[in-house]
Design a protein around this ligand. Structure first.
Ligand SMILES: Cc1cc2nc3c(=O)[nH]c(=O)nc-3n(C[C@H](O)[C@H](O)[C@H](O)COP(=O)(O)OP(=O)(O)OC[C@H]3O[C@@H](n4cnc5c(N)ncnc54)[C@H](O)[C@@H]3O)c2cc1C
Length: 376
């Protein structure tokens, strides 16, 4: 496989870099401190067509390539994690419709998601069902032409601002529980938002509990068929993990940029071999993360058979790298690294979530090992 970017991909990458440098770079610390969903960033992204990267061209999207989304989101996360998750969560929230929606569902939601008029979220996790999705207790019961949903989800990104969310619930058929996906619109009676989490990082993104009390949705809101929910969630996450690889690579690059600029300002530090080695290790591992993430994205776009293993590997490697690199950046800056005067402490706090959401890194190792061992 020979990795080459199209002219359009490079144009978008540069456009987003400029947008972030000129319009967002001064704000991340403020967004982090405010702990409120950055509505102005959402508007900025909508105005500049960034949400088009998460939808296929037939519904107002760009080129429908995951590689393009990875290039764009890396540039965003280089400056601001809370901004990158505005786009990242739009991609995850839209994925069940993009990948599994029928024509009616796609034409109803995707043009609005591409323009930024609609926000989407992905409601899978429950109090006792994170990695173990099968333990979910949210239920949907058939009632005439409708389904009635009861249960609650936790740690759901942007569900408080989302216009539509994909909700995963169990439907009982002939005594067997089958995980099934439903699209639930904002304002549906019985749907409410509970606790908002106080978080270590990604503080500008809202992470909330979602409560379903006799939420009635029509049968036409089911994505796929009864029992497809597990596959739909996995397909969305396989795609999302490569995007997270891009986010983590961008965040690590931002931390290295900050550390390098700091060392350049202090010639006594620049002469220390330990500092030089730290920068060299950071640069090397970031380049490796980027290469693996781009390779995974190309395999995904080309529908290559091993894209699931590469998806898991890119998420695992890039997110572990983001942790190591941001920790090194704090170390290089010494007490300044620990201070909010500099961005690296924020990068380090933000990096941790990457090893947890969209499937923990332990789960990624299971996916990789299983794929290896199943090969003939
Ligand atoms: C900021 C944030 C945003 C989030 N956004 C969303 C969202 O938008 N939508 C959504 O649905 N969820 C979301 N989540 C939830 C996230 O996906 C879960 O936290 C994640 O799936 C892990 O589940 P858990 O936290 O229950 O951990 P657990 O599954 O309880 O795992 C705890 C530990 O045990 C390990 N472990 C568990 N099972 C295994 C196993 N079989 N083998 C090896 N190790 C294992 C894990 O790796 C982990 O280290 C978000 C979480 C956070 C923190």
């Amino acid at each position: 496989m020979d990795l080459q970017f199209t002219e359009e991909q490079l144009l978008w990458k540069n456009k987003v870099r400029e947008l972030m440098e000129h319009q967002v770079a001064p704000c991340p610390a403020e967004i982090d401190a405010n702990e409120v969903f950055p509505e102005d960033i959402k508007e900025l992204f909508a105005k500049n067509g960034l949400f088009r990267t998460v939808v296929q061209p037939e519904y107002g999207g760009l080129d429908g390539k995951l590689l393009t989304l990875c290039l764009v989101i890396e540039e965003i996360n280089r400056f601001c994690s809370a901004s990158s998750i505005v786009l990242g969560n739009q991609s995850l929230g839209a994925a069940p419709i993009v990948l599994w929606g029928n024509e009616e569902q796609r034409s109803k939601y995707l043009p609005g998601i591409a323009s930024g008029e609609l926000l989407a979220s992905f409601s899978l996790t429950e109090p006792n069902a994170g990695s173990d999705v099968g333990a979910m207790t949210t239920r949907a019961v058939a009632d005439g032409d409708d389904y009635v949903i009861n249960g609650n989800k936790i740690f759901i990104t942007h569900a408080n601002v989302a216009d539509v969310q994909t909700v995963f619930a169990k439907v009982n058929v002939d005594g067997k529980d089958r995980v099934t996906a439903f699209l639930v619109d904002k304002g549906t009676p019985g749907l409410s938002i509970g606790n908002k989490e106080k978080k270590m990082g990604f503080r500008g993104s809202s992470t909330v509990e979602v409560i379903f009390e006799d939420v009635r949705v029509s049968k036409s809101s089911m994505v796929g068929n009864i029992g497809d929910g597990f596959r739909i969630a996995l397909d969305a996450l396989d795609k999302g993990r490569i995007m997270v690889g891009g986010m983590a690579t961008g965040l690590a690059q931002g931390a290295l940029d900050a550390a390098t600029a700091y060392v350049q300002e202090r010639s006594s530090l620049a002469r220390q071999q330990t500092i030089q080695f730290a920068l060299a290790d950071m640069e090397t591992s970031i380049q490796a993360s980027r290469a693996l993430t781009h390779k995974a994205a190309c395999k995904y776009d080309d529908k290559e058979k091993d894209h699931i293993r590469f998806s898991a590997m890119s998420k695992l490697f890039a997110t572990d790298t983001a942790m190591t690199v941001t920790s090194s950046a704090v170390q290089v800056l010494g007490y300044d690294g620990f201070s909010k005067e500099y961005p690296v402490e924020r990068y380090m706090r933000d990096a941790k979530i990457f090893t947890i959401f969209e499937g923990t890194n332990e789960v990624q190792r299971l996916v990789i090992a299983r794929d290896l061992l199943e090969q003939k």
